[in-house]
Design a protein around this ligand. Structure first.
Ligand code: SF4
Length: 297
């Protein structure tokens, strides 16, 4: 395999990932998200299925037989899912191009490492975004080191990946990103002339399910982990707002400004409703189903 675990090796590697490597390249993946994950029909997947079982629509060549019809079939779960490039990393790097169909003995380890890799790549996504922030963060060196370390782990062999202390690593990265978020929100508030309160919305952020937020000032707020399911955010300015892990399923983002939001992911955008009037950060692609209308499926 590519690299054995070595606790000191990370310091020898410069950070190599860019945002483009954290985007899915399905043509290089062995259908891992469509196989490794447990699905529920209620969550917008084609059927209820166990982890490790291929989806009923996965072709022999690992392509989705209904890829062009996800919207028409109401498969919101498939349309929203994002692997952060973990699929191609596990398929082509960790397992060096050997598929679970060709070598069935690899299937269990491949599916397990895919789930780990997705979390590592998601951390890289946030760390990369923090590193891009100008003016430079005071914790920039720590973030750079955390990115290099996470990238190094992502190159481990399957056994080392499975044995890696992922939860301990997540806790460290989460603390670092929380500090970075505070600095970034404060800097954006200063630059844009917004009021800033370090814990703005933090205590009340938990549940905005179905709420009308059009008149709420959420600029530079901390909305990490907030439930925004079916919330009305039409025309809302989310500049400087930390959106880490916020649940945007069916949230209305028409005319909303997310161009300077912090830690938004493609999966969150995919799950929301928006259109051409929604402003997005440069690293987020406009979801294909937004082109038709703001109505999701
Ligand atoms: S419908 Fe297509 S995208 Fe969704 S899980 Fe099945 S094969 Fe994957």
């Amino acid at each position: 395999m590519v690299q054995k675990a070595d606790e000191n090796a990370h310091s020898d590697h410069a950070a190599r990932y860019g945002i483009s490597q954290l985007k899915p390249q399905c043509e290089k993946c062995f259908g891992l998200c469509c196989t490794a994950l447990y699905f529920s029909k209620l969550d917008g997947f084609p059927s209820d299925k166990n982890a490790g079982t291929p989806c009923i629509h996965l072709n022999e060549d690992f392509r989705c037989a209904v890829h062009g019809q996800l919207g028409a079939l109401g498969l919101k779960g498939c349309a929203a899912y994002e692997c952060f490039g973990a699929g191609q990393q596990v398929s082509q790097v960790t397992f060096a191009g050997k598929s679970w169909r060709a070598e069935s003995s690899l299937a269990g380890a491949m599916f397990d490492t895919f789930l780990i890799m997705r979390q590592l790549h998601e951390m890289c996504w946030y760390l990369y975004e923090a590193l891009q922030f100008r003016p430079n963060l005071p914790m920039r060196e720590e973030i750079g080191e955390a990115l290099r370390r996470t990238e190094c782990v992502a190159r481990y062999d399957p056994r080392s990946l499975i044995e890696f202390d992922l939860s301990g690593h997540c806790i460290k990265i989460s603390g670092l990103l929380k500090n970075a978020s505070r600095f970034m929100r404060e800097e954006i508030a200063r630059a844009e002339g917004f009021p800033f309160h370090p814990n703005k919305e933090r205590k009340a952020a938990a549940d905005y399910f179905g709420k009308d937020l059009r008149k709420k000032d959420l600029r530079c707020a901390d909305l990490r982990g907030a439930c925004l399911i079916a919330a009305n955010l039409e025309g809302v300015d989310l500049s400087g707002t930390d959106l880490t892990g916020a649940d945007f399923r069916d949230a209305d983002l028409r005319r909303a400004n997310l161009s300077k939001s912090i830690f938004l992911t493609q999966s969150q955008a995919n799950a929301a409703r928006g259109d051409f009037s929604t402003e997005l950060p440069v690293q987020i692609s406009r979801p294909a189903h937004w082109k038709r209308s703001a109505k999701l499926f």
